[in-house]
Design a protein. Structure first.
Length: 333
């Protein structure tokens, strides 16, 4: 018994156990990927994440829709959406025997086709006539409509298209310029396009401020942030997802001060977020109700399931089983 106790307290054994635990932690950290941690999917390019649903040996996934997935078909255009009368095609005789045909009660076969017109733009010219005043000895010009002057070269609809390509499609100015030149048929410089985008931003400023003031009144918000650089300066884009709209705010900080500035100190809604320290600090300082992201939790649990330590694996498997039952209840609602 004394010999066994001496082995348990052996400094060499304690050192080996500590070294084993350290190596297991390093091995577990090296095995992290986007499926069991918060690492981005792009990090899996070098080390691909294991497939969650492996296919039987020798089988490959077929292209296109997979078995069990619902079929998706776009709805047909309604008659009032057609821009021209339908093209009718008829048979003069039976294609098999050459006999006489009469009209059948069956519905015709339809193919609806969408096409771009040859010139999808209209070019207008607004002329302000010049008049000479003999008394003043000056030339005076008629006033042009304010909306025409404010629009300049690019009209309202084309301005909206440029704004959509830049904001909604994240296209570069060079890509927008090529699209307008090759598809729309108009050449606009990148500098002019930048001015158009600034015009769109200015037109949305009032609406943006109105939505920003409504955020603290939301019953629930999902919030996340991501970093980027602008001319070498580190900035953070915060995304606030309300039930009816999504608002982005660019800030020089990733800290809880941004949440305090946007949502205030008395936010009474439910805040959905990940475990980042800024959200935990905001929750602690002002008593905000927080729902941590279950997707992040599941990835952390999967990390435990794949951990080299047996006790951690068993604990992770137990948590994963509870989460499966939780989502089973949610899906049966």
């Amino acid at each position: 018994m004394a010999e066994r106790e001496s082995r348990i307290g052996c400094p060499l054994c304690e050192g080996l156990r500590a070294r084993i635990a350290e190596l297991e932690a390093q091995l577990a950290k090296a095995q992290k990927h986007s499926g069991n941690s918060s690492k981005p999917p792009s990090s899996d390019i070098v080390k691909p994440a294991p497939n969650n649903v492996p296919l039987p040996k020798g089988q490959k996934r077929r292209r296109g829709g997979q078995p069990g997935h619902p079929r998706h078909e776009r709805p047909a255009f309604t008659p009032d959406q057609l821009t021209a009368p339908p093209h009718e095609y008829t048979l003069d005789h039976c294609p098999d025997c050459g006999g006489t045909l009469k009209q059948a009660a069956a519905a015709p076969r339809l193919i609806q086709q969408v096409e771009i017109v040859v010139a999808p733009i209209q070019v207008e010219e607004h002329r302000a006539r010049a008049s000479w005043c003999a008394k003043c000895q000056k030339v005076h010009y008629a006033a042009l409509p304010a909306e025409v002057v404010n629009a300049g070269l690019v009209g309202p609809r084309l301005t909206a298209l440029v704004g959509f390509l830049k904001g909604g499609c994240h296209a570069s100015f060079s890509t927008i310029r090529k699209f307008l030149r090759d598809v729309v048929g108009v050449t606009i410089s990148r500098g002019q396009l930048a001015k158009v985008v600034q015009k769109v931003s200015a037109s949305l400023a009032q609406t943006y401020e109105e939505l920003l003031t409504l955020l603290p009144e939301a019953e629930r918000l999902n919030v996340d942030e991501t970093g980027h650089r602008d001319q070498g300066r580190r900035l953070w884009t915060w995304c606030f997802r309300a039930p009816l709209y999504t608002l982005f705010k660019i800030a020089p900080s990733r800290g809880s001060d941004v949440l305090e500035e946007v949502l205030g100190k008395e936010f009474n809604g439910l805040l959905g977020c990940d475990y980042f320290s800024a959200y935990r600090k905001y929750m602690k300082n002002f008593g905000v109700v927080v729902q941590f992201c279950l997707a992040h939790l599941i990835r952390d649990v999967k990390f435990l399931v794949e951990h080299p330590n047996g006790a951690n694996r068993r604990y992770g498997q137990m948590l994963l089983a509870h989460l499966r039952r939780l989502f089973g209840i949610i899906h049966r609602r």
